[in-house]
Design a protein around this ligand. Structure first.
Ligand SMILES: [Zn+2]
Length: 321
């Protein structure tokens, strides 16, 4: 084998190994002067569950920032503004991932893309998520046809309808890969929705999993195996009882509200169990229900720590991890 060929193969093998290796195994030896690539960052953009606007937390959305590009997971109301508030530029938007089609997770799907387009988007954006993502994309442009045509004509912009490319996902497996991230997904359990997804981002130096909304299920634990960071839904059930009491006076109606909110999701204790069983390093509690800060931070922390002894972070909007 020629030295050149051997060098190429060694390089390929190293890059393949590096891709799957945990961050700690890739650290440069002491004294080495090589500069490691920037670590992929996770930014929580909106951390309250449910579609109703809250004072202190925005609707569900987060992003991975890798290689200077933005990969958004879920598009709750206000996501574009939250990206700007976090200090990032919308023009760097690369891809959008929707976990499931509940309105608190998708309401600003089209708006995020459209606002990035109007902010001099760098190129096409691919979007991924359960059906009917394609129809939602098409209808969004129909809804905004007047402004789209106006801006193309008036401002000489490219046609945005050609720049947002939806990909519908109905099964677990590989989603996409580029020079910054490799994304895979699992089908999770969020009745009555048939296709609800959790996403895993593997980068050369960090692995990050987003649970989406789900009941405790093996598919999520499997997807999250050995991840550096698990951003996981966590509901505080006594707080949801209090919420139901504030919403409804009649006991049977209170019970119905409690069951509908808590019956298809993870409690914060279960989030701790998932983190433990998956062997993740850091659990980030997210998608707060109640999301109105009536439950103090230590309560969430203590509940997650009942079963998980690793690092626990109580999420808040614009927190970078
Ligand atoms: Zn949901």
């Amino acid at each position: 084998m020629s030295p050149d060929r051997r060098q190429v193969l060694t390089g390929v093998a190293a890059s393949l190994i590096g891709w799957n290796m945990p961050a700690s195994a890739q650290e440069a030896p002491k004294g080495a002067t090589t500069s490691a690539p920037d670590r992929a960052r996770v930014v929580l953009l909106g951390t309250a569950g449910g579609p109703s606007p809250k004072v202190s937390r925005s609707a569900p959305a987060a992003m991975v920032v890798a290689g200077g590009r933005i990969y958004v997971v879920d598009c709750g109301n206000g996501v574009a503004r939250q990206i700007v508030r976090a200090g990032f530029a919308l023009k760097d938007l690369n891809s959008i991932f929707i976990t499931h089609q509940h309105s608190d997770h998708n309401l600003d799907y089209g708006n995020l893309f459209y606002l990035a387009w109007s902010a001099a988007l760098k190129g096409a954006v691919n979007s991924y998520g359960p059906p009917p993502l394609s129809k939602m994309t098409e209808k969004f442009f129909e809804l905004n046809e007047f402004d789209v045509d106006l801006r193309i004509h008036d401002e000489g912009r490219l046609d945005p309808r050609k720049l947002l490319v939806p990909h519908e996902i109905t099964s677990a497996g590989a989603v996409m890969q580029d020079e910054n991230v490799k994304v895979t997904c699992a089908l999770v359990d969020h009745p009555p929705i048939k296709v609800a997804l959790a996403y895993r981002f593997d980068t050369p130096n960090r692995s990050i999993v987003f649970s989406g909304d789900t009941r405790k299920c093996d598919a999520l634990i499997e997807l999250a195996k050995g991840a550096d960071v698990l951003v996981c839904e966590g509901q505080y059930l006594p707080g949801i009882r209090g919420l139901a009491e504030r919403i409804a006076a009649e006991p049977s109606r209170r019970e119905a509200i409690f069951k509908s909110i808590s019956g298809n999701a993870l409690s914060v204790q279960q989030a701790g169990e998932v983190a433990k069983e998956a062997g993740v390093k850091t659990l980030v509690i997210n998608h707060f229900v109640p999301g109105d800060d009536t439950v103090p931070e230590y309560v969430w922390l203590d509940a997650a720590r009942e079963s998980f002894s690793g690092e626990v972070i109580v999420g808040r909007d614009l927190l970078e991890i």
